[in-house]
Ligand binder design. Structure first.
Ligand SMILES: [Zn+2]
Length: 432
């Protein structure tokens, strides 16, 4: 028996041991004979070898061309499938960051990582707490996906919202570097620099901002090489104005309705008491009269990712007054996808469900193929977050962030839960 064979056997024994939530670390290793779900060619690459060196993918080649080395440990994954590590483009881990929330955040982040999520984008909270979580995750003090977080900007009237007060404990909501009220007299260059100084990966625009204010923020953020993420409508600024401003992503598909000058009247007509029991034919007819094609084209032209948040919309499925969000929202997501808009997967459900749930909803509610849902939860979520150059696809030179599955998720999206191994920044995790 060669040294390499012995090492392989030892490795398999370790990987199949019953230690709960084990983590393994090797400098260099080969994921051998694995079938790659290739999101660039939309097919399966059968029997490939992925060489990992420290935290990166060093090489990808057909297994028949791979010559094993004694110095490189090998994991035989014959019959298994690999997708890029999942990215949840919309989480909230520090809205009210008291001690319990930190404990809970750590518990949920660990579950997320072991479920195959290797990065998350936190869409606003207490950046002091998020910075700590993010750093701990990066240096493996806690078991967690990579955490990218945002600094929030909104109009002055927004900052009486109790969530912002909780996130600014010890300071003043609207006057924190990561939670800033913007008006026409704001020093935007300084505000953007302060937002960036919190360690955030981008700015989130939340509410009550005008078109001119949005433009000023995005222009300055571009100058400082910092992405801007926005709600799809900001009460004053409309979806088309936000999309054209140069933001990287917009959140919540149903909000595209606010492009229409008659949106308030329309919504009133949808929420009247007769909404109860209105059926598919009713909503199909309502949707037929709405035209979002110009918005879709604008999103395509400006490379804006739609962070759809289907997981939030389904919550309103049986809510007589809010059911429109679900019925209109899911139709927008389906139509936008068919029109060529990039859809990103984010759960935004206070972590009661993860991005896998969002991906299944994209398939079951919005007519995506399993592969399209996988792309939404990997490549497009990476684009939304602004990290595509280092994550989101299985590519030489990118971080070794991978999810290895027992069955082909292109056959059935449910297989996304058949987890064998998770690789985050080159380190292997399993839950067995
Ligand atoms: Zn959110």
């Amino acid at each position: 028996m060669s040294l390499r064979q012995l090492k392989s056997i030892i490795l398999i024994c370790v990987l199949t041991s019953t230690t709960v939530s084990a983590q393994f670390s090797f400098g260099n290793y080969a994921l051998h004979n694995v079938n790659i779900i290739d999101t660039s060619s939309n097919g399966v690459l059968y029997e490939y070898t992925i060489l990992v060196s420290n935290d990166k993918i060093l090489n990808i080649l057909p297994s028949k061309n791979y010559k094993p080395h004694d110095s490189v440990q090998s994991i035989n994954l014959k019959g298994k499938f690999v997708v890029p590590g999942l990215i949840d483009a919309h989480v909230h881990f520090a809205t009210d960051p008291t001690k319990e929330r930190r404990d809970n955040a750590e518990k949920v982040l660990k579950e997320m990582l072991l479920s195959g999520i290797t990065s998350v984008r936190d869409m606003a909270g207490d950046a002091r707490a998020l910075s700590s979580l993010s750093r701990n995750a990066l240096v493996d003090d806690i078991m967690a996906p990579n955490i990218y977080y945002s600094s929030l900007m909104a109009g002055t009237t927004f900052f009486s919202d109790p969530r912002t007060i909780a996130s600014a404990q010890g300071g003043v909501s609207g006057k924190m570097p990561y939670m800033k009220a913007i008006d026409d007299n704001s020093n935007i260059a300084l505000d953007v620099a302060e937002a960036k100084g919190t360690g955030a990966a981008g700015i989130k625009l939340y509410a009550h901002l005008s078109n001119i204010q949005v433009k000023k923020i995005v222009e300055e953020a571009k100058r400082q090489n910092f992405p801007v993420w926005s709600h799809a409508a900001l009460q004053i600024a409309k979806p088309s104005e936000i999309i054209s401003s140069g933001v990287t992503s917009i959140s919540h598909a149903n909000m595209l309705v606010y492009e229409n000058d008659e949106s308030e009247n329309l919504i009133t007509s949808w929420i009247d008491h007769k909404s109860d029991g209105k059926d598919k034919a009713f909503w199909d007819k309502v949707f037929e009269k709405l035209d979002f094609s110009e918005l879709y084209q604008l999103m395509i032209d400006h490379h804006v990712v739609l962070d759809a948040t289907t997981s939030v919309l389904v919550i309103y499925k049986n809510h007589p007054k809010m059911v429109w969000r679900y019925e209109i929202g899911k139709r927008i997501i389906q139509q936008a996808q068919k029109s060529g808009v990039l859809i990103g997967a984010g759960s935004d459900s206070d972590q009661s469900t993860f991005v896998q749930h969002e991906m299944k909803l994209l398939v079951n509610e919005c007519g995506f193929s399993p592969l399209e849902a996988i792309i939404a939860g990997t490549k497009h979520a990476a684009m939304a977050t602004g990290i595509l150059e280092k994550e989101g696809t299985i590519t030489v030179g990118k971080k070794a962030n991978l999810l290895i599955l027992d069955a082909n998720p292109m056959d059935n999206i449910e297989h996304i839960d058949d987890i064998l191994l998770v690789v985050k920044n080159g380190k292997l995790y399993n839950n067995k």
